[in-house]
Design a binder for this molecule. Structure first.
Ligand code: FES
Length: 96
């Protein structure tokens, strides 16, 4: 198993914070934090329900599924699908 750096993921407004490995997706991070994000497709990138806003930190670029599911206004506001978004640094999440 390769070395994987731990990153802090903070969910506002509650301030609940979890440490996960770099590369973990935000749906998994929310589950570990005990935050119930709607996710009917269970991370299959189909339902479009697992929306949140990454307000600080670095994450993976938009996926083709997100470009299909999210409209331009949402994308401009920083809305992401949690199951499509992988953590690359410490991040702060709002708007879920
Ligand atoms: S959980 Fe369905 S799109 Fe993310």
């Amino acid at each position: 198993m390769g070395y994987s750096k731990l990153q802090l993921v903070k969910f506002e407004p509650s301030g609940i914070t979890v440490a996960v490995s770099s590369g973990t997706d935000l749906l998994e991070a929310a589950r570990r934090a005990g935050i119930p994000l709607p996710s009917t497709c269970n991370g299959q990138r189909e339902c479009g329900e697992c929306r949140l806003i990454v307000s600080a930190g670095q994450v993976s670029p938009l996926t083709s599924e997100e470009i299909e599911i999210l409209n331009e206004e949402e994308r401009n506001r920083g809305v992401r699908l949690a199951c499509c978004t992988r953590i690359q640094s410490a991040v702060t999440i709002t708007g879920y």
